[in-house]
Design a protein around this ligand. Structure first.
Ligand code: CAA
Length: 258
């Protein structure tokens, strides 16, 4: 796949790496970047050889948000009808696990891109924030909702109403970041984690992701019901029989993804 603003690589078995590549604008997310992102994620999600996806920027910026210059003169219907939110949606709706590897600025829509991922690995220099209030707008790609569900009302209010920025260490303390590593190694660590997940039973990984995400959306009883259905469904797969047989025979399982 070749793109103007993305680089897609395969750094390890079963792992796809998507790099945002608009460095002079701190990876600001214009329509072209967002369209390419949606295309890349849909393609990788449908590629059987891909088991996990890492999304990254560069050491200085994951992404500094939606492109302010491009948005300046837009009217509501133009914002709504452009393939704008589809970039974030494609990341959030991927069936495969997505790991964000974040260094430098993750602001506005850039932070929201990280919140749309399943696991967040940060470098020590990462800075997360929702500065939209400075532009006379609010987060529009899920920031208010995903933050409030993760860190609660009070911290979210401060971030969204008053542009409070979080360092990588703070974000980890508040449960927004899984691990913080030096800038030299954060990407390598994210790829290693993705490679490890990529060795696991593919259907079980997908169902586990779906079940966890359901907890965001449904009341507890509905979530428990959904989890149970997915759990029972996995007993129809070859991988379940293989996984349990391998345990009993004290050997490593061989996954077939069916
Ligand atoms: N949109 C468009 N261009 C951007 C941009 C953005 N979000 N962020 C940075 N750039 C551009 C700058 O305009 C500048 O371009 P020129 O050289 O052509 O002037 C270039 O990137 C470098 O930026 P700075 O000169 O500002 O660099 P800096 O080191 O002084 O500051 C920064 C870096 C703190 C990231 C600063 O650029 C900044 O605050 N950017 C905007 C952050 C922001 O407000 N994001 C929210 C956008 S709205 C949104 O995302 C809505 C949503 O929820 C979907």
């Amino acid at each position: 796949m070749s793109y103007q603003y993305l680089i897609v690589e395969r750094p390890a078995d079963g792992v796809a790496l998507v790099r945002l590549n608009r460095p002079r604008q701190y990876n600001a997310l214009n329509l072209q970047v967002l369209t390419e992102l949606a295309h890349a994620f849909q393609t990788l999600d449908n590629d059987e050889s891909v088991r996990a996806i890492v999304l990254t920027g560069n050491d200085k910026a994951f992404a500094a948000g939606a492109d302010i210059k491009e948005m300046l003169e837009k009217r509501p219907h133009e914002m709504k009808n452009a393939p704008f939110i589809s970039g974030w949606d494609a990341v959030a709706l991927a069936r495969k696990p997505v790991i964000a590897a974040v260094s430098g600025y993750a602001l506005g829509g850039g932070a929201e891109l990280a919140w749309a991922c399943d696991i967040i690995i940060a470098s020590e220099t990462a800075v997360f924030g929702q500065p939209e209030i400075n532009l006379g707008i609010i987060p529009g790609a899920g920031g208010t909702q995903r933050l409030a569900r993760t860190v609660g009302k009070y911290l979210t209010m401060e971030i969204v109403l008053n542009d409070r920025r979080l360092t990588a260490e703070e974000a980890a303390r508040f449960g927004l970041v899984n691990h913080v590593y030096p800038v030299d190694t954060y990407l390598e660590e994210a790829i290693k984690l993705a490679a490890k997940i990529a060795t696991r039973a593919p259907l079980a990984v997908q169902y586990a992701k779906e079940a966890v995400l359901y907890a965001y959306e449904a009341p507890l009883q509905a979530g428990l019901q959904h989890e149970r259905l997915l759990f029972y469904t996995l007993f129809s797969t070859e991988d379940q029989k293989e996984g349990m047989q391998a345990f009993i025979e004290k050997r490593a399982p061989r996954w077939h993804g069916r």
